[in-house]
Design a binder for this molecule. Sequence first.
Ligand code: M6R
Length: 628
Amino acid sequence: MKKGNLGLAVTTEAREFEESTVCGIFGCILKSGEAAPIVHVALKRLEYRGYDSVGTATLHENKLFIKKDSGKIDEVHALHNLDDLPGRIGIGHTRWATHGAPYQVNAHPHTDCDEQIAVVHNGIIENFAELKMELEERGHTFRSKTDTEVISHLIEEKLREGLTLVEAVRETVKRLDGSYAIAVVSVKEPDKIVCARKESPLVVGIAENAVYCASDIPAFLPMTNRSVIVQDGEIVVLSDERYEIRKILDWTQVTREPEHIDWSPELAEKQGYPHFMLKEIHEQPLCLRNTLRLQDQFLELMTTFLDRAGEVFLVACGTSYHACLAASYMFSKLALLATHPVIASEFVEQHGKSVNIDSTLLVVSQSGETADTLAAVECARLRAATVLGLTNVVGSTLTRVARVYVCQQSGPEIGVAATKTFTSQLSVLSQLALRLAKKRGKISHVEIENLEEKLEQIPDIVERIIQTQEEKVKQLAKKYRDKQCFFFLGRGISSAVALEDRLKLMEIAYVPSIAYPAGESKHGPISLIEPGFPVIFICPKDDTHKTIVGNIMEMKARGASIIVVVEKGDEEIKSLADDYIEIETGLPEVLSPIPYVIPLQLFAYYMAIERKCDPDMPRNLAKSVTVK
Ligand code: M6R
């Protein structure tokens, strides 16, 4: 995968090793000594990829030993002593729940019926429900609610047919749709670990006295800096001091020499990026791809609830509220459903008395733990309203109190500023609006097909925006870094983008900023404008185009510096601007917030850098605001 210029000395292979972070896997074969403590410390270094459950499996004297539980690694270790498992071969997993709540039974490794095989997995198996049904019909007993467990049972069947472990893994992964990086051990072949990769990261580490596999280089970096990047569609067999790579498709052998990694452990954790925020901005194409793999039945169920609702409130705080605001335009334009976006901390005062059994709240919260949001939920539940949840954290309070919830599958977001989780929320909300439109027969087949096609293309479009615009945005940040205040303006759905961009700049670069729907700016805020005042306009080529041209002129006439985010080739607006950022053409209006927000996330980031602020830890803020 290609990335924009990071301005960092990292190897090409390492740069390619950029994936969205949902769960971490690790495995090791030591020449001598105990694997479990090595697995434990490696998982600690992968904890940024997920931290709701942890587990280790080791092989010793043809037996499998497993310890796993829900909770952070330190908590689970305190309870179970993760170092106390025998054997020099081990695999481990640190989890960010996607399928199945963070309970002990859902923690990895997952085993087969006879507990002879253990599997750790990072990714999403899209067809797990069909496979599970098929395996259950053939007598397999499942213990967990995860998508992963089908893998261990499929391998079990293949081993029973007489295949070797590597053959069994090969035949199994051929049946999987979705993404995976797996590491598998079996008591039948207790001298090896078999790994495979498709669309989830996997890397091998080679040391004098050990071989490792992991989701990410930091896991083994203190032990070795010699690393081999496993590519999509490859299987790797690790055995004593050896690794063998083959193509899954035609079984050809791949020769790939280890690369020298010269990252510090700190840089490695951020995959070569100086900050988590920048890493997370770059992860967006992958996160958006994940949002296209959500479980159909939950989206459908949620759509049914929305369809039946007497009134719909879209409730959230901060960035999640901006996603709700954009969603209100999506629901209105696609499904002809009027919704009420409400800032959660105002919900009780504004609607607490009127909300009732006919009301439905679609509650959006990355963390699922925001106190103001949960207070609104509580108020609505007491009055028998239906609560639907969209969150990034399975097992969070929101997932427990919602009638139905959808997990947006963005993986942990470490930077306090929400970036990848915002665009994922927009993607899920647009899918809901589209489903509702279909259900209600409100838009034509042609429109539906066009929107579905564009949704599929959004991850690539976002990837191209980052590649082509990042350098330009960096230069803009240099030019405008000393400005004391910014205006952000947009019309229609872009007014939500303006609010979000304003929030990003304020919270991480500490630049007081103002955002309005552009039409409202002349009802007061325009009095602030004096020569050189920077005004950023978000102007996709939609129905609001003509009127926003007028708003730009109003600002320009008063000497404002005009910066625009426009569609490529929009010469009319470009000719009015001092600076412009271009987005490719042909985007449907309802999807435009996803690509249009990206350059201004980058702008906020580079402004923070220019102004010597730490974008990952803005002052006075917390990632999850659990007080009212
Ligand atoms: O976890 P939530 O989505 O409920 O958090 C709500 C806000 O605190 C959050 O979106 C906040 O505004 C962002 N971190 C700002 O970037």
